[in-house]
Design a protein around this ligand. Structure first.
Ligand SMILES: [Zn+2]
Length: 252
């Protein structure tokens, strides 16, 4: 019991540290700024953050969400992304334990978090996050070589259909970033889980979008990335169980 608690604490702390890096990605990727070399600074006064201002979650709480220098408000998005990434790592760890899947799907969850926030804001999925997920897919193939065909078919299973839709609607029906995302996730999840991921994403997206339009009278433009991301993550975590359960239901 104690080792599990210790290990989970470690996983969570690791998650919020990575989460703090994700915040940097979320702000800098759309601006094409360098995510490594530029020092973190206050957006308001330019105050360069010291190491003790950069402790994930805790710095924000200690400073009461304000800049140490000019007291300008620091977005609540920072601690939320950090905490969320920590929780996601805990969920993935609880599901897979110490394994290669745990590592790959933790990194997947982080990439999905980044691209979801960016897509929600800019209607654009960064090419880099899709390449990153495809890279995770290549690692999966190499570590699960006997099933390589599953993943290669997964790369095309949803994306090819979406690409035809893209051509037919001249780019209005679906975004290029969404197609690349489904190709990359297919390489990582395999074709069965990837089709499930896409269906889940569409269902969750339709429900959320109808509610959002009713409540906020929001614009009709739909950023699909966040919903696809939720579908991909659910499918990565429980896809095989959901598919198994579905087909066992069909037999009765
Ligand atoms: Zn400041």
């Amino acid at each position: 019991m104690l080792p599990t608690i210790l290990f989970s604490t470690f996983v969570f702390l690791y998650g919020i540290v990575i989460g703090s890096f994700l915040n940097v990605c979320i702000y800098r990727l759309p601006k094409k700024e360098n995510i490594v070399t530029t020092r973190s600074h206050c957006m308001q006064c330019g105050y360069q953050l010291k190491w003790y201002d950069l402790v994930p979650l805790f710095s924000w709480l200690v400073l009461g969400g304000r800049c140490r220098n000019c007291k300008a408000k620091i977005s609540v998005q920072y601690p939320i992304i950090e905490a969320l990434n920590g929780v996601l790592y805990l969920v993935v760890f609880a599901r897979f334990g110490v394994s290669i899947e745990c590592l790959l799907f933790c990194l997947l969850a982080s990439a999905l978090l980044v691209l979801s926030v960016i897509d929600f804001r800019t209607y654009e999925i960064p090419f880099g996050t899709n390449v990153f997920i495809a890279g995770l897919g290549l690692v999966r193939i190499l570590t699960d070589w006997s099933n390589w065909a599953e993943y290669v078919i997964g790369f095309f299973a949803v994306s090819a259909v979406l690409y035809v839709l893209y051509l037919l609607t001249q780019g209005k029906g679906i975004g290029g970033g969404d197609i690349k995302l489904m190709a990359a996730s297919g390489l990582l999840l395999g074709w069965k889980c990837n089709i499930l991921a896409f269906l889940l994403g569409c269902i969750i997206g339709s429900i959320c979008h109808v509610i959002r339009m009713r409540v906020t009278k929001a614009d009709h433009v739909l950023a699909l990335g966040p919903y696809l991301s939720i579908g991909i993550l659910i499918s990565a975590l429980w896809g095989n169980e959901l598919i198994g359960w579905y087909f066992s239901m069909l037999q009765f």
